[in-house]
Design a binder for this molecule. Structure first.
Ligand code: SF4
Length: 368
């Protein structure tokens, strides 16, 4: 831990926790002025408490950390390995990365994950779309263009994570979704009228009825505290955050195929709200948690895909439908209302009057 040894300037504000060292940042979550050391301590302690209160892990479990090389998953890998050591969680931790086959983006970010593997001493498993599906995202985009690429990518990633987790024989997958991601997802699910996802998107553990549950230790952690940096505080040199202060090695470039305008608008909307009401993110999550779905609402029934055995509410899972469309040279077969390959799916979409596009966390979106 790097000590703040700079002499205190006359009038410099002291940390409101230790009242000894100079304050180095204003916590976005509480607006307290705090020194680096106390920030590390409260940040890590809050996550530790979330893990304990929600019983996210049990001693002896094998846990895969979904690692993209981005800020959130890098902080998650660092903090979980620290907490595991410090508080004797007794976990076997692994890094699990998905290689979508996006030249100039994923190949570079995977280099970061490979360095993290050495830095944190966590074994790394990489599963690729090419190996699992026979297609890279570069090839898919070449065929379909940039319109529905994130639907393919999100569906394939979800299944790829499960398959990677099965190869690692883990009990659970931990992902770096933070409070901002979850608030955005609540809002998007309302805007899309996606009741099934709305009912589960705020859960800190999901998929307990599926093959491998997932959990979100950063559910209550604001993105700004994890990674963002903004200059220009009147009283302090900088607002900075965990990844920056800890000098963690992460990759911050956006995906070259990222259009995702809809989520972008939701994100900007929430940021505007937050400027006026700093609790906005917390309140949106709370609203999502408190929604009660009417018992008369028809929810999809979980079964298994007849083709690959993956969890699915349709005859074929979405990945098999999309893949069949790609392999037949008819990629639109798997998109939205044109799902000619899955009559049941088509019926359901008509009934709901909506499509079921899935976006991913790596591009700042989230869909479990
Ligand atoms: Fe995949 Fe995200 Fe890139 Fe879309 S923006 S292609 S979901 S990595």
């Amino acid at each position: 831990m790097e000590a703040d040894t700079k002499p205190k300037k006359p009038g410099a504000r002291l940390c409101c926790v230790c009242n000894q060292r100079r304050a180095a940042l204003k916590r976005p979550k509480t607006l307290e002025q705090i020194c680096r050391e106390c920030f590390y301590a409260v940040f890590e302690e809050e996550i530790h408490q979330v893990i304990l209160e929600n019983k996210l892990f049990k001693p002896g479990e094998r846990i895969a950390i979904g690692a993209s090389g981005g800020k959130d998953s890098t902080v998650l890998a660092y903090v979980l390995s620290e907490m595991n050591r410090r508080h004797n969680y007794g976990l076997d931790l692994f890094l699990l990365s998905i290689d979508e086959g996006i030249t100039g983006y994923r190949d570079d970010s995977l280099e970061t994950v490979k360095r993290n593997e050495l830095q944190y001493g966590l074994p790394l498993k990489i599963v690729s779309y090419k190996d699992l599906y026979g297609w890279t995202m570069d090839e898919i985009v070449k065929m379909i263009g940039l319109k529905n690429n994130c639907t393919f990518c999100g569906v394939f990633r979800r299944q790829a994570l499960d398959r990677g987790a099965a190869l690692l024989k883990v009990d659970k997958v931990a992902t770096g979704h933070n409070a901002d991601d979850i608030a955005e997802t609540v809002l998007l699910n309302i805007l899309r009228g996606d009741i099934a996802r709305l009912s589960r998107c705020t859960s800190i553990i999901t998929g307990e009825d599926g093959p491998i549950p997932r959990c979100k230790p950063f559910k209550y952690t604001y993105e700004k505290e994890i990674s963002s940096i903004s200059l220009g505080c009147k009283n302090l040199n900088k607002f900075s955050t965990y990844a920056y202060f800890r000098k963690l090695d992460y990759f911050s470039t956006e995906c070259i195929y990222s259009p995702n305008a809809y989520r972008g608008f939701a994100r900007e909307f929430i940021k505007d709200l937050e400027r006026i009401r700093p609790r906005a993110i917390h309140d949106i999550i709370k609203s999502g948690e408190d929604f009660r779905i009417a018992t008369s609402t028809k929810m999809p029934e979980q079964g298994t895909c007849e083709r690959c055995g993956y969890i699915s509410s349709q005859k074929w899972c979405k990945a098999c439908v999309l893949l069949e469309g790609l392999n037949r040279g008819l990629p639109k077969l798997g998109i939205g209302r044109n799902q000619g390959l899955n009559k049941d799916a088509k019926k359901d979409i008509k009934k709901d009057g909506r499509t079921k596009s899935i976006e991913s966390k790596q591009c700042g979106s989230l869909d479990f």
